[in-house]
Design a protein around this ligand. Structure first.
Ligand code: TXA
Ligand code: MG
Length: 360
């Protein structure tokens, strides 16, 4: 096995393998069989995989990611039939959704079979399952032959990774291999639904917009204040966050410009240095001079392009040693609902420019 591994090892980092070479998939599957941890691309974000049937491997995964034990994992399967084996029963609604959306960025939560270890589901009686669409994820699942438990391959609470390099930055020490197939396409995590009879509870907006689900199932949104943490333990107020503090804008760009003008004068008057600001713009067309670094998610206002770029743009801004990242709002329709959710959590609830008084 040694020679082929040498052939596909990356010059960037010894644990990054070129996933497009078949030996990389075999190497990944072998590491999983030995209780190891392998990061792999899915169409949404990179996942941090362990054998879902091996409680010890799953415990190690929690440790590597520094994830609290109360936050359950998504189990990945290569086909709908294999996915169905993880649930106690498969209701009609689940079959319908699987038929339309799998393989793809939809995760379905239902009561689990006892064979699914409790550590995977954080002791919950339900298990979250999905069939990913990425050819590398599917090849790895086929080669391994068992389900793979995989959270996003970032340190707990940090921005999700859409490239192998982003995984390496967060987690290289604790894992065996990173299978590199370039940037992911969707860029946002899967939509998570819990099925309850004929109704679906939206636990996390994601890669499949609600508008596309609604013709197939009645979708109820979770109000976080009421039932968020109870329904989905991962729905914390701060998540997906850069190391740099971030805040979200509500008003129009013209209002923001006015507010920045006023703040600039305020700082000048008090001889306070102007903070280093980054701007995460949705579809900004004009430059705003107060920002030291700007990332535009989609110049044409395309929500698919914006989702694809979101996490990489946040990670790039995070490298500028800024005092604050200011995120423009996005239209909350289609994928915009998931983008807005990530921005809200990455900002840890901060809103508006008032927080400028706190920086420095
Ligand atoms: O696109 C994705 O879903 C990626 C790729 C790797 O598949 N995975 C991912 O996993 O985003 P993670 O662990 O970062 O997020 C899983 C979410 C968490 O919010 C968790 O609380 C929720 O799914 N979840 C998992 N099992 C659950 C369950 N049994 N009941 C309710 N929520 C659950
Ligand atoms: Mg995550």
């Amino acid at each position: 096995m040694n020679a082929p591994v040498e052939r596909q090892r990356s010059t960037r980092h010894p644990k990054i393998l070129n996933a497009l070479l078949p030996e990389a998939i075999l190497q990944g599957a072998q590491a999983l069989r030995q209780g190891g941890i392998v990061a792999f691309p899915t169409e949404t974000v990179y996942g941090l995989g362990a054998d879902a049937t091996d409680p010890k491997a799953v415990c190690r995964l929690f440790e590597v990611k520094k994830r609290p034990a109360f936050d359950p994992l998504i189990v990945h399967a290569p086909t709908a039939e294999r996915a169905f084996e993880l649930w106690e029963e498969v209701p009609d609604a689940a079959r319908r959704l699987a038929k339309y959306f799998w393989p793809g960025p939809l995760t379905i939560v239902l009561p689990k079979r006892s064979a699914v270890p409790d550590v995977v589901t954080a002791g919950l009686p339900t298990v979250a399952v999905r069939v990913p669409r990425h050819p590398v994820a599917l090849s790895l699942l086929e080669a391994f032959g068992r389900p793979i438990a995989a959270p996003s391959a970032n340190l707990f609470g940090h921005t999700s990774p859409t490239t192998a390099d982003a995984v390496e930055e967060d987690l290289a020490d604790g894992l065996d291999w990173i299978l590199d197939a370039g940037p992911t396409t969707v860029g946002l995590e899967s939509t998570v639904l819990r099925l309850d009879g004929d109704e679906a509870l939206l636990l996390r907006p994601g890669g499949i917009p609600i508008e596309e689900l609604e013709p197939h199932v009645r979708v109820r949104r979770v109000t976080r204040a009421q039932d968020g943490p109870k329904e989905s333990p991962g729905m914390l107020e701060s998540h997906y966050a850069p190391w740099t503090p971030m805040t979200r804008l509500g008003g129009s760009l013209a209002d923001v410009r006015q507010e920045l003008d006023a703040l600039w004068r305020h700082f000048e008057k008090r001889k306070k240095p102007w903070p280093r600001l980054g701007f995460l713009a949705f579809d900004q067309k004009e430059e705003i001079p107060y920002f030291e670094a700007t990332e535009v998610l989609s110049r044409t206002g395309d929500l698919y392009e914006a989702s694809h770029n979101l996490f990489a743009a946040i990670r790039r801004l995070d490298k500028h040693c800024l005092d604050l990242i200011v995120a423009e709002g996005v239209p909350e329709r289609g994928l915009g609902l998931a983008i807005a959710d990530r921005l809200e959590k990455a900002s840890g609830g901060r809103q508006g420019l008032g927080v400028l008084a706190e920086v420095r």
